[in-house]
Design a protein around this ligand. Structure first.
Ligand code: XUL
Ligand code: CO
Length: 445
């Protein structure tokens, strides 16, 4: 065991410190574009991007999939005593955060603590973990982007957490959320996330949908009340996903989440954490979900992992599509930038990428991609052609009959009378999609 402990602390030590070396660097561990101090639209890159490493894929996953065992053999997984193993994992994690020099991290309760079956043990092990995290954060200067409770992995949640037919299971979920929210508050987290992995159904034959929606709405109301009770000033975020592991998940898209929040009077209290691959699974683009969240004023934060175009499941891959991420970054910059949110890598290396170097290089490559996307987005805003075209396209609504319609100053008869008085068919105008796509191609570098 002493060997595994020593190996855990040494696991990332062979990796050099990642730092900015510019586009001409030939160092695989250097940033070519992410210069954390470079100013972009009034903030440093570090402040604009608020990049975050996740605990679960990076330090908890052992490489297993539904067909086979894991081959990562991380040393902290070889330690027999679960509480010592949790200490070793947390220490290795903070070593990596510093080697990558990324400012934030994110966790589920069960990622950072020793496993617990009973409520008492859950509380005890979680407090032990939070004490340690507090020290590690103070010593390293790293910050918490968000915390969450894993209310989907344990078999007790197979029929849901707050949407479970058994209220005692919902109460256990309540315990986990209270502890995770208290921990997030204590650690100065910017957000608290709820992803309802089992809050849906596998078949309607055994599911009372109306009842489950009310349970979910009530549970979320209690979470919001608790946030105010303890004085947590970060945002509560729901992470939409249409399905997987359930056949259907209630929080399926940004728009369905918004409608749900409105139904339970929570639309001013809860925002969304949008994940790229979840948008793909819903048959939507990442930019669509981001723009929709801004349009509905519920944008919160982002999980940046992509899917695979040939696979219909959540592959959680690091982003590599510069065009897609540029358009997404442009929406964020245009809306005034991140507030409490950030860019979280809810992403994992492939099962064959078994080394510490793979973990480092997956992050370094994705960070550089995002930095390039940020610079492209700035160029796109300064270029102005796309925004100018969009403004021009809707200019008719600023005056005359358009403004009256929007402001509710005319009824349907008056609109119809206006059309009759005009006495001519309105002329169609080109939407210029190809030209707009050409502009994007010119600016994505
Ligand atoms: C699952 C997923 C989760 C959430 C946090 O698809 O994205 O990891 O981000 O529970
Ligand atoms: Co996610």
């Amino acid at each position: 065991m002493a060997d595994h402990l020593a190996a855990s602390s040494a696991y990332f030590q062979s990796l050099p410190q990642a730092r900015y070396e510019g586009p001409d660097s030939d160092n695989d561990f250097a940033y070519r574009y992410y210069d954390k101090n470079q100013m972009v639209m009034g903030k440093t890159m570090e402040e604009q991007l608020r990049l975050s490493v996740c605990f679960w894929h990076t330090f908890c996953w052992d490489g297993s999939d539904v067909f086979g065992a894991g081959g990562f053999n991380r040393p902290w997984h070889q330690i027999d005593d679960p509480r010592t193993a949790a200490v070793a994992k947390r220490e290795a994690a903070f070593d990596l955060f510093q080697r990558l020099d990324l400012p934030f991290y994110s966790f589920h309760d069960v990622d950072v603590m020793a496993p617990a079956e009973t409520a008492q043990d859950h509380i005890g092990h979680m407090h032990e973990a939070v004490d340690h995290l507090e020290t590690l954060m103070a010593n390293s200067g790293r910050k918490l982007l968000w915390g969450t409770a894993n209310n989907f992995s344990h078999p007790r949640y197979m029929a849901g957490a707050s949407t479970n037919p058994d209220p005692e299971i919902a109460a256990f979920a309540g315990l986990q959320v209270r502890e995770a929210l208290n921990a997030t508050h204590r650690l100065g987290g910017s957000n608290y996330v709820l992803w309802g992995g089992r809050e849906g159904y596998d078949t309607i034959l055994n599911t009372n949908i109306g009842q489950e929606l009310d349970q979910l709405g009530k549970f979320l109301t209690l979470v919001v009340e608790h946030k105010h009770k303890i004085g947590f000033t970060g945002d509560i975020l729901i992470e939409p996903k249409p399905h997987e592991p359930t056949k259907h998940q209630y929080d399926s898209t940004v728009q369905t989440v918004h409608a749900f929040l409105q139904r339970y009077g929570l639309e001013k209290e809860v925002r969304v954490n949008i994940e790229a691959n979840h948008a793909t699974l819903a048959g939507l683009s990442f930019e669509h979900e981001v723009d929709m969240a801004f349009a509905l004023d519920i944008f919160g934060s982002l999980d940046l992992n992509r899917g695979d175009p040939q696979n219909g499941w959540d592959t959680d891959q690091f982003p590599n599509d510069l065009r897609e991420i540029t358009l997404m970054m442009k929406s964020i910059l245009a809306a005034g930038g991140m507030k409490n949110g950030g860019l979280n890598f809810d992403a994992k290396v492939r099962r064959q990428s078994i080394s510490a170097e793979d973990i480092a290089q997956s992050h370094i490559g994705a960070v550089d991609l995002i930095a390039r996307a940020l610079l492209n987005a700035e160029a796109m805003i300064n270029d102005g052609r796309i925004d100018q075209f969009k403004r021009q396209r809707y200019a008719g609504w600023d005056k005359g009959i358009g403004a009256k319609m929007l402001n509710g100053q005319v009824n349907l008869d008056e609109i119809a009378d206006f059309a009759v008085a005009k006495n001519q068919a309105p002329a169609p105008v080109s939407g210029r999609q190809e030209w707009l796509e050409n502009v994007v191609t010119q600016l994505v570098k």
